[in-house]
Design a protein around this ligand. Sequence first.
Ligand SMILES: CSC[C@H]1O[C@H](OP(=O)(O)O)[C@H](O)[C@@H]1O
Length: 353
Amino acid sequence: MTQIVDLIQSVRLSEDGERLIILDQTLLPVKKVYNELQTPQEVWDAIVQLKVRGAPAIGIAAAYGVYLGAKHSDANTTAELLSAFLDSKTYLASSRPTAVNLFWALDRMEGRFKEIIGAGASIEEIIDALKDEAESIRLEDEHICEAIGEHALTLLEPGSGILTHCNAGTIATAKYGTALAPIYLGQQKGYQFKVYADETRPLLQGARLTAWELSEANIDVTLICDNMASIVMSEGKIQSVLVGCDRVAANGDTANKIGTSGVAILSAHYGIPFYVCAPLSTIDFETKNGKDIIIEERSAEEITSKWYTEPMAPKGVKTYNPAFDVTDHTLITAIITEKGIYKPSDLHQLNKQ
Ligand SMILES: CSC[C@H]1O[C@H](OP(=O)(O)O)[C@H](O)[C@@H]1O
């Protein structure tokens, strides 16, 4: 059966390799519009505006961004090409600070550039190698998400209730998603999960994206406001919580969409397992603990007026709009990666792989 995961590709290269095609996630669920991007500047804008969002998808987009920058550069020598590449890399790295996949993907692209320039490659060969590397990052992400889904599925009972926060679905990745991957894989096996999606203020990724994705896939999804998580847990409707993440520190502290840590605290209170789904590219062993994770702050307008015809707060009121929070590792039951299921205290075992 064809599923939404087969029908939607939120980030991919055009057939001729000239443009990056992204699904504009800011217009969902009302309109499904694809944008074609040709320059690192256009990719940067799309990331900052959250047209392309979700940690793995941001990394993939940035990888294509540096490839496109190299492809369309007017460098005459490989040294000039490297200098132009490093400029676009630095620029794209400035788009969003929290999701480590962005930096991971850009570093991987630089590594490939340096490897091939060291082997005496021509400009054309370098550009081809960059294209192949970006394509590999995207394709590998599909397999990684599928593996995360398979591991996570072993923890879930058919027919059980799952709460998720934000959107860690197929559109946030190359395919399947991270936290939503087991739900899609479970559906193929007839598991009939009952999913509760937090709306996820202020940008409503849960309402606009998760509820949309899952409804399109005919999965039983119920949208709730963020402040309703406690009541649905207390009513026994939730048997597990699954979330994605933007950066996991070496000790297992996890940065994810604002509101996640509150859900984890509630889960602990009600004795519900709280699972974080994380590709290895989201684990940052250089960052010791959550205090060292840079949290992106976004504009006041996202809270005060973005979704309303009239401003919903007094003019000039002070606001604070952190886009992420850090869930303490003690609240996390397990971190599910493509390599398997790990307690936060066992994460160091992955460091050598
Ligand atoms: C598959 S990880 C998705 C991750 O991305 C979200 O952030 P944003 O919408 O700001 O890019 C969020 O924290 C999700 O869990």
